[in-house]
Design a protein around this ligand. Structure first.
Ligand SMILES: [Zn+2]
Length: 218
């Protein structure tokens, strides 16, 4: 799951507009931002297996980012940072924490069993990744639903719709790009590319949060 994670950010933005979009977007991929940094440093491990159907990622060791207890800790950490560092209202901080945790749930749908339930315990994952076309459809469907809800909320608040529509189009473009590029080169290079991509999406989302008011129809 890649762009599908951002559906959680868009849905949360529709429900709790006081949370800046960039915090929700960073939250949706926070676990993967940590993962990209940890595979670059070799703390967590991945290998590429072209024999695998769909995604070629064999994520055989990622206890610090993608185990269930780790996901809970990342979510609570993000909630506290949002509250204490960014001084966001409690509702917004809880929304950010929930979005961070949603990453694990969405990964559980698509990953092959590589998500630890507890340290040294069972690994879970429904493996929807093995069916690339329905999986990509699911991701885009989630974006359309959640993005539609956010666009509707903006319309009700009299805000310009263009930033929301442009951000959704940008996510679609990123999804297309991901669909046709297979990971190549070293794990460190792959981690670096992923990290840059996650941060670019965060930066673009900050622009998309523009609250331009629609010109009053007269
Ligand atoms: Zn992940």
């Amino acid at each position: 799951m890649f762009v599908g994670h951002y559906a959680a950010a868009l849905a949360a933005k529709a429900i709790e507009p006081r949370a800046p979009l960039w915090t929700l977007v960073a939250g949706a991929q926070l676990v993967d931002i940590g993962w990209a940094a940890l595979i670059m440093t070799g703390v967590e491990k991945v290998r590429f297996d072209p024999e695998l159907p769909g995604s070629t990622l064999d994520l055989y060791h990622m206890p610090w980012t993608h185990s269930l207890p780790a996901a809970v800790i990342w979510a609570l950490g993000a909630l506290l940072l949002a509250r204490l560092l960014l001084r966001l209202p409690w509702g917004a901080a809880v929304a950010i924490g929930a979005v961070v945790f949603s990453h694990w749930v969405l990964d559980w749908l698509v990953h092959r069993p590589d998500l630890l339930l507890w340290p040294g315990g069972e690994k879970v994952g429904l493996g929807f990744w093995n069916y690339p076309v329905p999986e990509a459809t699911l991701e885009m469907g989630l974006i359309a639903l959640a993005g539609g809800a956010w666009t509707w909320v903006r319309a009700r608040q009299g805000e310009s719709l263009w930033p929301a529509l442009a951000f959704m189009a940008f996510l679609l473009a990123v999804q297309m790009l991901g669909q046709f590029t297979e990971p190549a080169g070293s794990v460190a290079a792959f981690g670096r590319t992923a990290l840059v991509l996650y941060l670019v999406v965060v930066a673009v989302s900050a622009l998309a949060d523009w609250r331009g008011k629609k010109r009053a129809a007269s």
